[in-house]
Design a binder for this molecule. Structure first.
Ligand code: ADP
Ligand code: MG
Length: 142
């Protein structure tokens, strides 16, 4: 599998719990490199643009309110099979269904406050990386 890049976001709940370091450690220990980081406090409108694909979903408004409720840490992860590997480390969207030892099983409280975001495909990763970062912000280890 080729080297890929993916967008990870540590959501406001996990930033508030002070577990940024624990989450990044899991990425690094599993062969992913952090090649860009940015701490932001999004407005609800900015969160709405990021999650535009979910605009018609019933949870969209709550999701935008939650994602703008405090600072987040956006980062770009690079490594072999990065998109799927990050999703595996995250665990299922609903922490009640997340496999033991995943980030969401260990740090998420609910389907709303579920600790992390991760791109779901290489195509969406490129779009999401572009939302937060310019080319010059990416420091590839390759
Ligand atoms: P994931 O973050 O695992 O890729 P989705 O892309 O389906 O999940 O949804 C985006 C985010 O919207 C989820 O991480 C979660 O915070 C929220 N969400 C998804 N489904 C629900 C739901 N049924 N009720 C409330 N919030 C939800
Ligand atoms: Mg998703």
């Amino acid at each position: 599998m080729a080297v890929q890049r993916t967008l990870s976001i540590i959501k406001p709940d996990a930033v508030g719990k002070n577990v940024i370091g624990d989450i990044i450690r899991r990425f690094e220990e599993n062969g992913l490199s952090v090649i860009a980081t940015r701490m932001s406090h999004l407005s609800a409108a900015e969160a709405g643009r990021f999650y535009e694909v979910h605009a018609e979903r019933p949870f969209y408004k709550d999701l935008c309110a939650f994602m703008s409720s405090g600072p987040i840490l956006a980062m770009v992860l690079e490594g072999k099979n990065a998109v799927a590997l990050n999703r595996q480390l995250m665990g299922a969207t609903n922490p009640k269904e997340a496999e033991a030892g995943t980030i969401r099983a260990d740090h998420a409280d609910s389907i709303d406050a579920n600790a992390v975001h991760g791109s779901d495909s290489a195509e969406n990763a490129a779009i999401e990386i572009n939302f937060f970062f310019a080319n010059l912000d990416l420091h590839s280890r390759g």
